[in-house]
Write a protein that binds this ligand. Structure first.
Ligand code: CMP
Length: 140
């Protein structure tokens, strides 16, 4: 299987509860390597652009406001089959449906405040990585 990269966000509900290290431990225990990472506060423009694919969904406005409500940690993860692997480690979008041991099962507060985002395809991973990172910030 090929080594690939995926994009991750540790969301404001997790940074607020000081869970960055615990989330990163889950990522690293799963065999994924954090090859880029920065803690930032998203602007409304950045959040609205990032989630533009959900523009028509009823939760879009609240989601964008939530993503700007506190610090987030933007990351690029590298490893074998990284997109699918990270989705396994995160668990289902709704923590009520997430498997035991996953990040969302252990840490998420709700379907919106679900602690982490991860790309859903290799193609979207490329777009999402480029949205937030310059090449020189990625150290593989
Ligand atoms: P994420 O993986 O970041 O992608 C879109 C986000 O929308 C999702 O995680 C959730 O945080 C948020 N969201 C809020 N409500 C819903 C919903 N009903 N269905 C899917 N995603 C939702």
């Amino acid at each position: 299987m090929a080594v690939e990269r995926t994009f991750s966000i540790i969301k404001p509900d997790a940074t607020r509860r000081n869970l960055t290290g615990k989330v990163n431990a889950k990522i690293e225990e799963a065999g994924l390597r954090i090859i880029a990472q920065k803690r930032v506060r998203l602007t409304p423009i950045q959040a609205e652009g990032f989630y533009a694919v959900h523009r028509e969904r009823p939760f879009y406005k609240d989601l964008c406001a939530f993503m700007c409500s506190g610090p987030v940690v933007l990351q690029i993860l590298e490893g074998e089959n990284a997109v699918a692997r990270y989705r396994e480690v995160m668990g289902a979008t709704n923590p009520a449906n997430a498997a035991p041991g996953t990040i969302r099962k252990e840490f998420a507060e709700s379907i919106e405040a679900n602690s982490v985002h991860g790309s859903d395809s290799a193609e979207n991973a490329e777009t999402e990585m480029a949205y937030f990172f310059e090449d020189r910030e990625i150290v593989g």
